[in-house]
Design a protein around this ligand. Structure first.
Ligand code: FES
Ligand code: FES
Length: 168
């Protein structure tokens, strides 16, 4: 089966019942993506597929053949961290770091959703063409990513600082 992961074509054979998370971690040694609950409740396993965030623990790998998959290992370019990764460091957006890969991928997908005008449960005007990523929107949209260390304030600050033009 063929995949495109972090810009590279990968061909591998595995049991078709394997989840995307287990494919990444156990078959391809991409262990940046973390397994927390393994049942869709914590967001630790979040990766991007064609730019959209998904919980990889709930996804069968075979579904994603031919799609562009991005994990935390694919966020940097030529050894330079993504702006959001640097902001997490500058704003103390983590303690143990276990949730961080999922937080990063989720935030990038979340910002793309917001740019497309996708409303959330706290969006006041569902007909608006644009959504301002204010404090409540940001927290609501990231609520699927849990942090047992409680680094939420730093996480929110890092996202807000990175996307300052659209986050308030
Ligand atoms: Fe996938 Fe928790 S490990 S949501
Ligand atoms: Fe430890 Fe989030 S930094 S779980």
């Amino acid at each position: 089966m063929r995949f495109t992961i972090n810009g590279r074509d990968v061909e591998t054979a595995f049991d078709p019942r394997v989840s995307l998370l287990d494919l990444l971690r156990d078959h391809l040694d991409l262990t940046g993506t973390k397994k927390g609950c393994n049942q869709g409740a914590c967001g630790a396993c979040t990766v991007l597929v064609d730019g959209e965030r998904i919980n990889s623990c709930l996804a069968l790998a075979v579904q994603y053949q031919g799609r562009a998959i991005t994990t935390v290992e694919g966020l940097e370019a030529d050894g330079v961290l993504h702006d959001l990764q640097r902001a997490f460091i500058e704003h103390d957006g983590f303690q143990c770091g276990y949730c961080t890969p999922g937080q990063l991928c989720s935030a990038i997908g979340m910002v793309a959703e917001t740019r497309r005008g996708m409303p959330s449960v706290v969006t006041a005007d569902l007909a608006a063409d644009t959504v301002t990523l204010d404090h409540d929107e940001l927290r609501e949209r990231m609520s699927g990513n849990l942090c047992r260390c409680g680094a939420y304030n730093g996480i929110v600050d890092a996202i807000a600082a990175t996307y300052a033009g659209e986050a308030a």
